[in-house]
Design a protein around this ligand. Sequence first.
Ligand SMILES: *Cc1c(COP(=O)(O)O)cnc(C)c1O
Length: 361
Amino acid sequence: MIPQMIPYFDELETKVIMEYMHTGGFLTEFIKTRQFESTIQEFTKSRHAIVVNNGTVSLIMMLMALGVGPGDEVIVPNYTMIATANSVIAVGANPVFVDVEPQTLCIELEGLRSKITKNTKAIYFVSANGRYPTYGIENLEDLCKSYDLFLLEDAAQSLGSYFPDGRHIGTRGIMGSLSFSVPKIITTGQGGCILTNDDLLAERLRRLKDFGRSEGGNDIHDSIGYNFKFTDLQACIGIAQMSKLQWRIHRKKEIWGTYWKNLKTLSTFQLFNHNVEFTAPWFIDAIAQDRENLETYLKGKGIATRRMYPPINAQKAYRRPGQFPVSENIGKSGIWLPSYVQISESEISEVCEKIHEFYKK
Ligand SMILES: *Cc1c(COP(=O)(O)O)cnc(C)c1O
């Protein structure tokens, strides 16, 4: 069986966990967590990196830190992982959906402009699969400035991916969020991180994740906070995974290259294109004609795939009217191919061969 996604770790993760256990740490977040944060901060060149439970909590915290709440609207792309929209609901605000660009699946700029109201507080830019928008992120930044809106980045899929000017994705908004769940570029089982260059927000986020404590270890609370803390056990794994990040990024690009070489001639099965100079494709995404039969065919050959996200407005949890042709098309035909870093070149060739076989029939 060729799975769609499995985590990758080796002896290093085992070794660091054993070492940590033998040196008697506190288990919860402490020195290892600070070290993990430093590696992310250095890698992304963000002034602050604040790790939390997961990439959903980090989204919720970004909104909380800005005071977004009831009566406010946040613009969200209609194609994204559901957590982006749900984070807006979590703080009592209203997500407003906008369709995405067909080439990149990033939020569409003109559609976005038409959805801004006097209640709009923030815009979520979601870098789908490490891609950046065709219109240039500067134009989205300018739009946010001219309407006095916060630009937030959900960069959960984009560790190791950059905007064409060389800045790491997730560092252009006032805050950006990463996820370390199992399928993401690196994983700590669960985990999330907020990137920001704003000292005041960083301070607010650190208090927010630790019960509103004015300092670690005391019980003096100047503000309301909760417990969104990380653990040093996870940080040990995270530091180990970060030490192999360059290799993982390289593999993601190589894997995409092999798929592209083998599948680019098909008109019935279209891979999303990437500029791998800047993007480390997290999952191999494509638009497949006759998706359901393809899935069944591949499954019969021992190849697992996964459907891309359905349009959020049409999910039962939302049921919002509106026309979103691009995200609707992804909901009908979008498919993810096996994308784990340790997949072999011959396994990729096999997947491609079976896809060709299916469309020849
Ligand atoms: C994975 C993901 C999330 C959620 O992250 P978790 O760590 O699983 O909570 C949010 N947004 C996007 C775009 C994601 O891909």
